[in-house]
Design a protein around this ligand. Structure first.
Ligand SMILES: [Mn+2]
Length: 336
């Protein structure tokens, strides 16, 4: 039984004001800005249909680490406990959101939050595919990492390769590993450590660099990544989108942007993000017929308890993406 979360579910923003993973104070503000800006942006953009689906945001508390600013870049995992504590709360929040049949939209904050968001998704599906759109593969282990920063490790945690050093996060889904290498698809990576490159090659992980993605075409690359996940047999997809992939110098939808971050470039970035989500959602247009059936069924039986989600099954190719997709989606957005 599957649900068209992306098209119809109520949406639950979950802000995670985390900066301990990247060890750059201020990254936490990104989560709050995204949280506070979401409703206003949709009001400004006249997305009334989306606004009606928006639940009041949840904010995951992140504890203070004493003297944090004096303890940066020590490679000693000093922030791990605070990150683990936040991710335990996040995994539970994502888990509960999915069990309510709402779509979790996790807003970061740095990418260490993906340990919690993926874990929450994995608790609720047979096999979760992770579509990872990011400049960085984030598959370092504490030993392999050059920086020691935990935000570069969430996919190593998900694959179980960091379980010795990061035991609490590695067990967050209740199963170790959370996913297998064929359940990951990278798009847009361009800043890749040698350790990460070796891991991607050795484990035969699907990856398109930003240059390859551009050369293939954005839609073709999305199709290939999603087809790979579907071939792996996933029944749900966790989309992870790091805003650092939107660098105006490398991102095609940003070609009018001025490098350095003007208001124009920010709105271009927003357009690019919504463009990606819109195009990913397009194949789910195939569900509209099913939705209509469900709606008329609900009307017929005057079933007031009917939710805004409809039981469906995977559909044929959509109008733009030539690949079948599972209708169950979870999303997280990270500031780098
Ligand atoms: Mn990144």
């Amino acid at each position: 039984m599957v649900y068209n979360f992306l098209r119809t579910a109520r949406m639950q923003p979950i802000a995670v004001p985390l900066w301990y993973g990247c060890e750059v104070p201020g990254t936490d503000h990104g989560a709050i800005a995204l949280r506070d800006g979401l409703e206003q942006r949709w009001l400004d953009g006249h997305f009334n249909k989306l606004l009606r689906r928006l639940e009041p945001p949840i904010t995951i508390p992140v504890e203070d680490v004493p003297r944090a600013r004096a303890r940066l870049h020590q490679r000693d995992l000093v922030f791990l406990d605070a990150i683990d504590n936040a991710n335990e709360l996040l995994a539970d929040a994502v888990d509960q959101t999915i069990k309510r049949e709402h779509l979790p939209i996790v807003l970061g904050g740095d990418h260490a939050l993906a340990m919690g968001s993926i874990a929450g998704a994995v608790r609720n599906a047979e096999k979760v595919g992770v579509l990872w759109i990011d400049t960085h593969p984030d598959i370092n282990t504490p030993e392999g990492s050059l920086s020691g920063h935990i935000h570069g490790m969430p996919l190593a945690v998900a694959l179980g390769t960091a379980a010795d050093d990061l035991p609490r996060s590695s067990k967050l889904a209740g199963t170790v590993p959370m996913i297998q290498p064929d359940q990951i698809a990278y798009l847009g990576i361009r800043d890749i450590d040698l350790f990460e490159e070796n891991t991607i090659k050795r484990r035969d992980i699907f990856a398109r660099t930003m240059d390859e993605w551009n050369d293939d075409g954005i839609i073709n690359g999305l199709e290939a990544a999603l087809a790979h996940l579907m071939d792996a047999g996933v029944d749900a997809i966790h989309l992870s989108f790091d805003v650092d992939v939107l660098d105006p110098g490398i991102f095609p939808w940003n070609r009018h942007a001025v490098s350095g971050g003007t208001d124009d470039s920010r709105s271009e970035s927003g357009a690019a993000l919504s463009g990606i989500v819109d195009r990913i959602a397009d194949p789910l247009d195939g569900f509209r017929g099913v939705e209509s059936d469900a709606r008329s069924h609900r009307d017929q039986h005057a079933d007031g308890s009917a939710s805004s989600r409809y039981r469906t099954r995977p559909t044929h190719a959509g109008p733009r993406l030539g690949v079948s997709l599972p209708p169950t989606w979870y999303t997280s957005i990270a500031s780098p």
